[in-house]
Design a protein around this ligand. Structure first.
Ligand SMILES: CC(=O)N[C@H]1[C@@H](OP(=O)(O)OP(=O)(O)OC[C@H]2O[C@@H](n3ccc(=O)[nH]c3=O)[C@H](O)[C@@H]2O)O[C@H](CO)[C@@H](O)[C@@H]1O[C@H](C)C(=O)N[C@@H](C)C(=O)N[C@H](CCC(=O)O)C(=O)O
Ligand SMILES: Nc1ncnc2c1ncn2[C@@H]1O[C@H](COP(=O)(O)OP(=O)(O)OP(=O)(O)O)[C@@H](O)[C@H]1O
Ligand SMILES: N[C@H](CCC[C@H](N)C(=O)O)C(=O)O
Ligand SMILES: [Mg+2]
Length: 488
């Protein structure tokens, strides 16, 4: 793709320019290792290193223009240098401009919040496909252009990937796109320059304090997403979460609310919650849905609100929505030949774990035991480790603490930090088995017919990341394999 440098700089806040911005650009990137002859290289300061240190390498690889916050000491001839106030922000605008601002030509809805983003966007995508639209999806589990699956590496892609995917969606005739907007994405300007038709806030609870440092910063990151919306957009928030109204404080967008417990524009009322699904009063009707757990009543209500705000017919929406299943790895149930139920769920935050375990507890029929297998990811928020172990103990009869994705950390050190949250009186019901497969096998061996085993934290993931290597690992498959070895 070709573009003139001056055209793609639109909206970036320029400090100085050295060279001719009529230069033609044939490629844009922010990783020096991806530079090609004719590239524009944007030098971004990261968490591990600083893109500015790779400017010379980018030029050696053929970059014809550089966007940076600080000009190098020595400037090369035939290279155009554009100094900007914030490279990551400039990258957002440049990426949008380079791909022809696809977001402005789509009905793009962004979903943010600690939990429920994947569930919400996946339901929205399935719903709009059923309503007959060409639609795109950008999620933690996968990206999709109609039914074509494109693997995803992040919850929210970087600005270049994001605009490239949106442009492909537009080309494929998509009219609607549903995407997750992570707090990292907001802070790192991955969505700067993107035009949203609407935004939805699910909730905010403890997570990612490694990155944001304080809960207040984490709230501010989510709020910025709403502050940046235009007056043509809608902002739909869950006001049963006390931060819901905070999101609306400074937005220009049309303010809309949903809730199960408070007065709101979209009000739902949970009537029944079973292992087969939930019943809710919604849009003036009593409807059964196939999703399980109180928290999914919020997700369904949010989806319903978005669909109505996008102009869809209430009855048609509820009919189609009642037929949909959850996203992969979210409360997926597998029953063993001896009647033990296994549940695989992506709960990797204290709030999610508490919600899932409370749901399981409320669905218990007799004195079945709940056996929880849980770990915490390495290179991620360490403060949630003892809290998650404490919650697992509070709401389970037996607990096996194991590894999630240890990444670069020592699995035993993570487990020690989790153990710090286990009360002395709970110690006897906790075992530590670092090997996840062994942990699952042990839980199955301990379970009696009708007991429930929750395997939490990795949901849809098909790998276990250990020291930079992703080893194949699938909780659901592992559980199934072990179940088939049981004689009933
Ligand atoms: C903490 C974080 O968000 N990191 C993301 C960030 O990387 P970074 O800031 O560490 O980058 P860096 O390695 O310091 O490099 C700085 C710059 O130098 C450049 N560079 C580097 C080396 C080189 O040889 N040449 C070169 O040009 C890099 O391309 C980069 O532009 O920017 C990278 C490019 O976009 C991302 O891939 C990377 O995601 C990492 C892999 C990651 O794990 N991110 C997670 C935490 C994340 O983003 N998660 C959220 C979801 C969270 C949730 O809600 O659950 C997500 O949206 O996925
Ligand atoms: N609305 C909700 N409120 C609280 N917990 C929820 C909600 N929806 C889902 N959960 C729990 O959180 C887990 C993750 O759900 P989901 O994948 O939809 O969230 P997410 O926001 O996309 O997460 P991530 O930030 O990792 O992308 C689920 O497996 C479930 O345990
Ligand atoms: N989007 C989240 C996913 C966490 C999933 C969990 N299995 C882990 O690896 O910690 C993150 O990157 O923090
Ligand atoms: Mg997600």
């Amino acid at each position: 793709m070709k573009a003139l440098l001056k055209d793609i700089l639109y909206k970036a806040s320029l400090v100085s320019v050295k060279g001719d911005t009529s230069t033609e650009i044939t490629h844009i990137c922010f990783d020096s290792r991806a530079v090609q002859p004719g590239s524009l290289f944007i030098a971004v300061r990261g968490t591990q290193t600083d893109g500015h240190t790779y400017i010379e390498k980018a030029i050696l690889s053929g970059a014809s223009a550089i966007v940076c916050e600080e000009l190098p000491g020595e400037l090369k001839e035939n290279v155009v240098y554009v100094q900007v106030a914030d490279s990551a922000e400039a990258l957002g605008y440049i990426a949008s401009n380079y791909y022809g601002n696809p977001s402005a030509k789509l009905k793009l809805v962004g979903v943010t919040g600690t939990n429920g983003k994947t569930t919400t966007v996946t339901l929205l995508h399935k719903l709009f496909r059923k309503l007959g639209y060409n639609a795109g999806l950008l999620s933690t589990v996968q990206n999709q252009i109609n039914e074509t699956i494109i693997p995803s590496t992040h919850t929210t892609p970087d600005a270049i990937q994001l605009n490239k995917l949106l442009a492909q969606m537009l080309q494929a005739g998509c009219t609607h796109v549903f995407m997750e907007v992570s707090s990292h994405a907001v802070v790192q300007h991955r969505v700067t320059g993107i035009t949203f038709a609407g935004a939805l806030f699910t909730n905010i609870t403890h997570d990612h304090l490694d990155f944001h440092k304080t809960f207040d910063n984490y709230i501010k990151a989510k709020k910025k997403f709403f502050d940046d919306l235009s007056s043509a957009a809608f902002a739909l928030v869950n006001i049963d979460d006390k931060r819901g109204m905070v999101m609306l404080q400074n937005t220009l967008a049309k303010k809309q609310t949903f809730a199960l417990q408070s007065m709101s524009d979209f009000k739902g009322k949970l009537i029944a919650n079973t292992l087969q699904g939930l019943q809710m009063e919604i849009g003036g009707k009593e409807v059964w849905f196939k999703l399980i757990g109180n928290f999914n009543a919020y997700n369904l209500l949010g989806v319903y609100g978005v669909a109505i705000l996008l102009g869809e017919d209430s009855e048609e929406v509820l009919t189609q929505l009642s037929d949909l299943y959850a996203a992969a790895g979210r409360f997926e149930q597998i029953v063993a030949p001896n009647g033990v139920t296994g549940i695989v769920d992506y709960a990797h935050t204290p709030d999610a774990l508490e919600n899932v375990l409370s749901t399981i507890d409320s669905l218990r029929e007799g004195n079945e035991q709940v056996i929880t297998i849980v770990g915490c990811g390495g290179n991620r928020d360490a403060t949630k480790r003892p809290v998650m172990a404490e919650i697992a103990c509070k709401l389970s009869d037996k607990i096996i603490l194991t590894s999630d994705n240890p990444r670069d950390e020592d699995p035993m050190a993570i487990l020690d930090q989790m153990m710090a949250g286990v009360k002395i009186t709970d110690r006897k019901k906790v075992q530590v088995i670092a090997d996840r497969k062994e942990a699952i096998a042990k839980a199955v061996a301990m379970a009696n017919p009708k007991d429930i085993i929750l395997v939490a934290g990795k949901g849809h993931e098909t790998y276990q990341e250990i020291k930079g290597v992703k080893h194949p690992f699938d909780d659901k498959q592992t559980l199934k394999n072990i179940f088939t070895m049981i004689n009933d």
